[in-house]
Design a binder for this molecule. Structure first.
Ligand code: ADP
Length: 243
């Protein structure tokens, strides 16, 4: 047992933060929160607070990165120094580069980049507060920001993790579960087609546990998807009223 590890993760069917095994943390999504960006979104998901801002399609710099067949999607995931308990050193590191890359790959599967050759679409994801699951919160926010910018997409990309803690398969791990649990399985999907555009795994699961966790994560994604659509509808209505 690691130092600080809770003796039990589930007591009387409830997790340490009071949730059931298949329950998401409270999730709020707001679209169009930043005036200067072409599109933006703010996500509060349990203790995670995430801002995503999107610019483009726009002229690409440096020019040699231009692709004559499609827009280049660039994603920048960054954790604020004050987002975690101990100050995080600012600037890119291996982890943020990896998360930027998997985020880009997930979003590339939905954005119609072929419509905008020679341009760039930039997406910035700022983690203001972290409580595990920030890559899922980041992808969720980023796809809303892209849609808010009016960039043509096949669909939104909701993301959600499931995992294993204290021998139980649970949805949407929070930090204690993530730190001391047995496995974490972040998943992002394209709901219209059911394609999986992100799947990573930390820890160990048997094949049966994996299938159970995957199914639970997809169910979580579908709940996130509803909130994403609601946020965009609200932002469009608000803009309509302002005009
Ligand atoms: P995710 O946030 O997608 O779950 P990880 O599994 O890498 O990604 O990180 C889990 C959690 O660990 C983060 O959400 C954050 O709460 C914490 N964490 C990540 N990096 C750091 C860091 N450099 N310092 C302190 N805590 C961190």
């Amino acid at each position: 047992m690691k130092a600080g590890e809770p003796e039990e993760f589930i007591v009387d069917g409830r997790r340490l933060d009071g949730r059931k095994v298949d329950e998401l943390r409270p999730l709020k999504i707001e679209a169009g929160v930043l005036k200067r960006a072409d599109g933006s979104a703010y996500v509060e998901w349990g203790g995670n607070k995430v801002l995503a801002a999107c610019y483009g399609p726009k002229e690409i710099h440096p020019r040699h990165e231009a692709n004559p067949k499609r827009a280049v999607l660039r994603t920048y995931y960054s954790m604020a120094p004050f987002s975690v308990y101990e100050r995080k050193r600012p600037g890119p590191d291996r982890r943020s580069m990896e998360i930027s890359k998997v985020t880009r790959q997930a979003l590339e599967s939905v954005v119609f980049t072929h419509l905008y050759p020679m341009t760039a679409i930039d997406v910035f994801i700022e983690i203001l507060q972290a409580q595990a699951g920030t890559r899922c919160a980041g992808i969720t926010a980023a796809s809303v920001a892209l849609a808010d910018a009016g960039i043509p997409m096949r669909d939104l990309v909701p993301a959600c993790a499931a995992g294993k803690v204290g021998g139980h398969i649970v949805l949407d791990l929070f930090d204690i579960e993530d730190n001391y649990g047995e496995a974490d399985l972040p998943v992002a999907i394209v709901p219209r087609t059911g394609e999986v555009c992100l799947m990573q795994m930390d820890g160990n699961l048997t094949q049966e546990e994996f299938e159970q966790a995957f199914e639970l994560a997809v169910k979580g994604c579908m709940q996130v998807y509803e909130k994403q659509k609601e946020a965009l509808k609200k932002a469009y209505e608000k803009r309509g009223e302002e005009q």
